[in-house]
Write a protein of this length. Sequence first.
Length: 157
Amino acid sequence: MLPDFTKLLLSSFFSCFPWKRFFSIVLSLLLSLGIYGCTRPPLPEQSIVLNALALQLELTDGAIAISLGSKPKNLAQVMRYRLGAQDGILLEDNKKQILRLTGRCDLKLEGDREKLDRPFVLFLKRSQKGNWLLALPIHSIGSNTLSWITFPLTVYN
């Protein structure tokens, strides 16, 4: 039976250079922490995203109706969505984060058989209680600051 040369070579290599063993352990720990730090925040449940899309659609429809001097009709219903990207936006205090979701959603208009495929951008924020809120950016006239207004989302189980 022949001796295992790989074990012999590795043990002699690390015994001659003990600092390399320490360096390899530290490097592997740093890499694992770096990978852990790159993980994404958890996504909200599907019902939360659907409710947020429906609420954003309702608010947009209401704002357009008010600007035109008519009543909001709320004719569209969100059927499903496909998530494209997700990233976070840090607020001014660098502590609170708003989750930005982009993708496409299928809308069904009242009285129409076909679904419309439309892109969306959705901003969600966690409340102090842990619930998700719909966040809409507000641009101040004459100022470069960006403010946010939030709306609670109702969840039906």
